[in-house]
Design a protein around this ligand. Structure first.
Ligand code: FAD
Ligand code: NAG
Ligand code: NAG
Length: 380
């Protein structure tokens, strides 16, 4: 019997987990497509770009191919490359490999796990990438090194957005300034009247107090309206008419769906893939999606993993023609732990604002980086 072909686009928190889960079935061939050959533990990105020596690259960039060595070679094909189009009627996907000619891959079942990116990653505002996510090439290591150098030599850094990424980055940068005794300044511009607006107000005030103690200048209720460069000198314009000078401007707001290859009928108005509770792509029979790319609005890695587990379960039930089906519901409650440098932080855990020392113990010490290896191996 010919094996069942499962094609998975995206090898990150969602796609890797689904690939390992589906490979538990015997008569299945998985084709995994991803431009980078390494999985990136991007959760630690704020510390990685700020503190070049905090971690070793092999802790946050892990080989994807190695993670699938344990399966029979005929059951798994990893294609380093980019999916460019889906032909739903023909059940094929077009792939541009990093090396070699474009090709078409047939699928019986398709999984979309192409995630999201940020404007800082694409560099579309500043012309320079601060890689909080993978790019569309196998170049994350070089992007990280360039970002580390740029940040290390900057004297006036302006961060746009006071969500978790902006606040975490400000905290890490402030640690570096503190420890080096440099005269570099860090300004955090928040459109909302308090930083981390998704937290309770006690969490926001704890964060702004810690940031101020660390000499981060926090500007609230102010929106960045533009950023212009003249050589290496940036002028960041604010909606109150003020202008900030900077030698590095890092925008941290906005998430962009990686949907350029996805048929339009699957997308909602914002470009996310519409899925039902079973993680099946609406109006399809044999296509699932999981993680940031779906229209579930909580775009967090542990939600991606939960969605992946539901999608894999239901996909396997489809393949086997039997088995209990599962549903995903993202729920209402926000869970978030936000380190502010290595010494503390805040967040929202089961409805409570955690003590700063707990944040330091839970996430601040290493941004969960020790979990990266089990994640890529499918044991998370
Ligand atoms: C700086 C930062 C810090 C974060 N910290 C946390 C945190 O502490 N806790 C938390 O829960 N979440 C955190 N998140 C959110 C978390 O990163 C995302 O929820 C998670 O990455 C989603 O995983 P995913 O597998 O759905 O997609 P992604 O991680 O976005 O991966 C998608 C993959 O698909 C690939 N891809 C895209 N398009 C194509 C294509 N056309 N062909 C082939 N491959 C493609 C990409 O290269 C990528 O490898 C953070 C995000 C950022 C930016
Ligand atoms: C994700 O989409 C953005 C915007 O279209 C693009 O710039 C980026 O290269 C894409 N990333 C990947 C991994 O394809
Ligand atoms: C995603 O889109 C589908 C189809 O429109 C809808 O039924 C579902 O409720 C949406 N999910 C969320 C979390 O909004």
């Amino acid at each position: 019997m010919a094996p069942v072909n499962v094609v998975i686009v995206g090898a990150s928190y969602a796609g890797l987990s689904i690939a390992h889960s589906v490979l538990e079935l015997p008569e299945v061939k998985v084709v995994l497509i991803n431009p980078a050959t390494t999985f990136f533990w991007n959760i630690a990105a704020p510390r990685i770009v700020a503190k070049a020596k905090a971690f070793k690259p092999e802790q946050y960039l892990l080989s994807i191919a190695d993670a699938f060595n344990k399966y029979p070679a005929e059951n798994i094909e990893f294609i380093p490359g980019t999916a460019t189009a889906v032909d739903v009627a023909a059940k094929t996907i077009s792939v541009t490999p990093n090396e070699g000619d474009a090709r078409s891959v047939s699928y019986d079942h398709l999984v979309i796990a192409s995630g999201s990116t940020t404007t800082s990653t694409t560099g579309e505002i500043t012309g320079f990438s601060i890689p909080f996510k993978q790019s569309n090439r196998d170049d994350v290591k070089q992007l990280i090194e360039a970002a580390q150098q740029k940040i290390a030599t900057a004297k006036e850094i302006v961060i746009g957005g006071a969500g978790p990424i902006g606040v975490e980055l400000a905290g890490e940068l402030a640690d570096v300034v503190e420890q080096s005794g440099s005269a570099a300044t860090i300004t955090l511009v928040s459109a909302t009247d308090r930083v981390l607006p998704m937290l309770k107000s006690s969490g926001s005030s704890a964060a702004s107090k810690m940031l101020k103690q660390k000499n981060v200048k926090v500007v609230t209720s102010t929106r960045v309206t533009g950023a212009e460069a003249s050589g290496d000198a940036w002028t960041v314009s604010l909606d109150n008419g003020d202008k900030l000078s900077a030698d590095l401007y890092i925008p941290t707001t906005g998430v962009i769906p990686n949907n350029s290859f996805i048929p339009e009928q699957f997308l909602d108005k914002e470009g996310w893939v519409k899925v039902d509770k079973e993680m099946r792509v609406e109006s399809s029979k044999n296509i699932y999606a999981a993680g940031d790319i779906t229209n579930n609005s909580m775009r967090l890695s542990f939600k991606a993993a939960e969605q992946a587990s539901v999608a894999a379960n239901n996909l396997k039930a489809d393949i086997l023609g039997k088995g209990e089906r599962k549903n995903f519901d993202q729920g209402e409650s926000i869970m978030m732990v936000v380190p502010i440098g290595a010494s503390g932080g805040t967040g929202l855990v089961f409805g409570f604002t955690p003590f700063s020392f707990m944040v330091k113990m839970i996430k601040g010490k290493d941004y969960f980086i020790s979990k990266a290896a089990s994640m890529v191996a499918g044991k998370a």
